[in-house]
Design a protein around this ligand. Structure first.
Ligand code: UDX
Ligand code: UDX
Ligand code: ADP
Length: 470
């Protein structure tokens, strides 16, 4: 019969582990949930008395307020957390490798392996170990080999794959009402029992017909596939946006018409300056690497094109800015509104804003940045990483971080909307116009401003995917 889960440990208190296990704690008051991390500062922030949590996510604070100290705990005592638990989520980071075999493509599984080895080293009772981080196909198998090679008598380890599909900015509502929960297991009696044990945790709030159980490898591949297909939709619509700009068609109208086909569906067809985030590019490159390792070069090439198109879209956008500003932006001031990779998050991983600003810097423009959530330290770190040859002090001579959109736009020649924050729709555009140099340009990389209204004020407006300019 299936183990009844009463104590859960989550290794990794990041964007995935934190919100996911906080929601499990909220929805399962009878389960003790302990989230562990090696990073003391991060754990301190999760424990902060005034709830200054390490990540910004709408609704998260409320969840943590209700569960923390009741059955939800944050600690750096990793070993103790592992020993107490009957089920362990591994939610550590899996960045793209920066050197060695597969550099630039393969996932760096070092953190997963270290966490797995730690479990093997300190566990003194049987555990269900759940792979939660997005990892390449067959990682669960490696985890199983490590655990089995190091297990003690009376200590059995069952491995499950349970990829997380939450999107940042809507993490809490995604977790409350997931489209589906996917659990992969070995198709053995023990594997199925472990799967049952985890399914019964989710069944506390997720309807059972939304809990899908599949084989281990199907589960791992489904996560990569879902992200690759979502990103592919954006690259497809962005490729069409280039045709729209060249012909005078309107990408909103095209996306609307195409999305009305129930076989295509209306969601995730918003043209943009390019997708960002920690998952899409990383997961596609993983899929490319996997395909190459399996000697499937045509398959690898197919998926790689999704990333190539995204790079093209970002480059195309910065080129449009330069072209429209009379082919030079040297010494001109450009206000970049938004630095996060999407609205409602403070996360900047792979944010298209980073690439745009680097392009503007290399044309010797001056750049003012405003984002309602991103920490200033993070912006400097990202810009330094994007221009490794330039000392930060030099970057800071060219770039300023501002406290409001209005301040960022003061004395600028152009405004670039890089993130779809709702507040950018409702800025006092008349006041922005007054403060800018003329002609005043707006480049909407997110299809959020009302171009007609802005033109009435006097702006020259360029929108992604619209043929008509200024
Ligand atoms: C994504 C997946 O949606 C989620 O299921 C998975 O678990 C993790 O990866 P996330 O990266 O957090 O989530 O955000 P998402 O909403 O998917 O947006 C990714 C990027 O695509 C953002 O930069 C966003 O602005 C962009 N995007 C999204 C578009 O440009 N157009 C769209 O229509 C949708
Ligand atoms: C298509 C469009 O569906 C239709 O809207 C348009 O007006 C004309 O082109 P059609 O070619 O008649 O219609 O058939 P469709 O059902 O789209 O199938 C096209 C091909 O795709 C077929 O060979 C079908 O077997 C194949 N297909 C379809 C798949 O291989 N997998 C699928 O999931 C769906
Ligand atoms: P994700 O977006 O996948 O959640 P993050 O980088 O936000 O990734 O979070 C991963 C967390 O995992 C980090 O806070 C990191 O300190 C933590 N971590 C990595 N390796 C270990 C480990 N062996 N033990 C405990 N925590 C770890």
């Amino acid at each position: 019969s299936a183990t009844k889960v009463t104590k859960i440990c989550c290794i990794g208190a990041g964007y995935v582990g934190g919100p996911t296990c906080a929601v499990i704690a909220l929805k399962c008051p009878h389960i003790k949930v302990t989230i562990v991390d090696l990073n003391q500062a991060r754990i301190d922030a999760w424990n902060s008395p005034d709830f200054k949590l390490p990540i910004y996510e709408p609704g998260l604070e409320d969840v943590v307020r209700q569960a923390r100290g009741r059955n939800l705990f944050f600690t750096t005592e990793v070993d103790k957390g592992i020993q107490e638990a009957d089920l362990i989520f591994v939610s550590v980071n899996t960045p793209t490798k920066k050197s060695g075999v597969g550099a630039g493509f393969a996932a760096d599984l070092n953190y997963v392996e270290l966490a797995t080895r730690r479990i093997a080293a300190v566990a003194n009772s049987s555990k269900i170990v759940v792979e939660k981080s997005t990892v390449p196909c067959r990682t669960a198998e490696s985890m199983r080999t490590i655990l089995e090679a190091n297990s003690k008598p009376n200590c059995r380890f069952d491995i499950l794959s349970n990829p997380e599909f939450l999107a940042e900015g809507t993490a809490i509502s995604d977790l409350f009402k997931p489209d589906r929960v996917l659990i992969g297991s070995l198709q053995t009696a023990e594997g199925k029992a472990a799967c049952e044990a985890l399914a019964s945790v989710y069944a506390n709030w997720v309807p059972t017909d939304r809990i899908l159980t599949v084989g281990l490898w199907s589960s791992e591949l489904s996560k990569l596939a879902a992200n690759a297909m979502l990103a592919q939709r954006i690259s497809s619509i962005n490729a069409l946006s280039a045709i729209c700009e060249a012909t005078g068609a309107n990408i909103d109208e095209v996306a609307h018409a195409v999305g009305y086909d129930s076989r295509v569906g209306p969601k995730f067809l918003r043209a943009s300056v390019g997708f960002g985030g920690s998952c899409f590019q990383k997961d596609i490159l993983n899929l490319v690497y996997l395909s190459e390792s399996l000697h499937l070069p045509e398959v690898a090439e197919y998926w790689k094109q999704v990333v190539t198109m995204n790079e093209y879209q970002k480059r195309r956008f910065s080129k449009t800015v330069v072209d429209t500003l009379f082919n030079t932006i040297t010494g001109k001031r450009i206000a970049v509104l938004g630095f996060a990779f999407k609205a409602d998050t403070g996360d900047t991983r792979e944010s298209p804003a980073i690439t745009l600003i680097r392009d503007f810097q290399s044309e010797n423009a001056r750049v003012n940045i405003y984002d309602p959530q991103v920490e200033h330290e993070q912006i400097w770190a990202d810009l330094a990483e994007a221009s490794p040859a330039t000392p930060l002090a030099n970057i800071q001579k060219q770039v300023s971080i501002c406290k409001s959109a209005l301040e960022a736009c003061k004395d600028a020649e152009a405004v670039v909307v890089a993130t779809e924050w709702k507040e950018f729709r409702d800025i006092d555009w008349e006041a922005v116009y007054k403060g800018m140099n003329k002609p005043a340009f707006v480049f909407d990389g997110r299809l959020i401003v009302d171009a007609e209204r802005l033109r009435k004020i006097g702006f020259k407006v360029t929108t992604i995917g619209r043929g008509e300019r200024v």
